[in-house]
Design a protein around this ligand. Sequence first.
Ligand code: SF4
Ligand code: SF4
Length: 247
Amino acid sequence: MSDDMLPVALDDPMQFSCGPENPCFNQCCRDLNQALTPYDILRMKAALNLSSKAFLREYTSRHTGPGSGLPVLAFKANPATDYACPFVTASGCSIYYDRPASCRMYPLARAVAKDRATGEIVEYFALIEEDHCKGFGVQDGVTIAQWLKGQDVALHNAQNDKILELISLKNQIRPGKLDPAEEDIFYMALYDLDDFKYQIAEKGLLSSLKLSGEYVKKILADDLTLLNFGIAWIKYQLFGRDLEVED
Ligand code: SF4
Ligand code: SF4
């Protein structure tokens, strides 16, 4: 199998079309080995009206990154369905509007780097031309930038970039493995948001921090605000940074 990566720019034409008319329809939703990000989980559990704990238990598997000690989440592998995603149906993705970032981006790969002079994040894109995917070579008249807009992936990417930045901070400050208790704290604050909420509201997790009652109410009322607080809190709690919140 020849898998090629073709670098592309945002104003290049997107010569690709995906849909049920393609003979490969749904093939990319099988044989998955797909890492899920905290924002992916937030969106999917909300779409299914499940608690984070129920979603994580039912649909995900967790392992520990061998070098980092960080939790890594993926869809639970099911050999009985040929390792198909639990959300694929004959007519496509059953959680299309809340599908993970990697599903939205495919077949584009995205990498980011910080511009040393400005500190701005610079994005790089490449097309992943895999043999099983038969969508290439169709000119739909859209650029890469327009196609990306249609995938509604900007918020996913912005949130996922914050996690990449957190991992890069961890690697600078704590190269090597986190210990298991620290891994559990990382998992709770970023992936198991309902448990994080419970620990804050019922167990006084933040009581030593002198946050205003209004701010605590705000983070308990909205999962995205809670996730962003969780990222700041992990930097503080595990990596010794000042707690930067909009209190
Ligand atoms: S979430 Fe949807 S698009 Fe992504 S692998 Fe599953 S079925 Fe396919
Ligand atoms: S393999 Fe490619 S063309 Fe086929 S359904 Fe998946 S993304 Fe679309």
